[in-house]
Design a binder for this molecule. Sequence first.
Ligand SMILES: [Zn+2]
Length: 70
Amino acid sequence: MSTAQQFIVYSKPTKCVKCALTVEFTHAQDADLKLGGWACPNCTHVYRFTHWKIQKAGKRALKKLGKELN
Ligand SMILES: [Zn+2]
């Protein structure tokens, strides 16, 4: 459909839960925020953006809350 060149976005090295390797996840720059996700280059497991964001935000929120409470 589209002949435009696709750009790939790389994540920071992150451990894949599926294959237990630390890899750089990738996704197309124009990937859909709701349907797309980060793909592991080793086992091709896809982590949806929604799931990824919830996990990250949750951990950071917990750390921040802990510091503020202390
Ligand atoms: Zn993997």
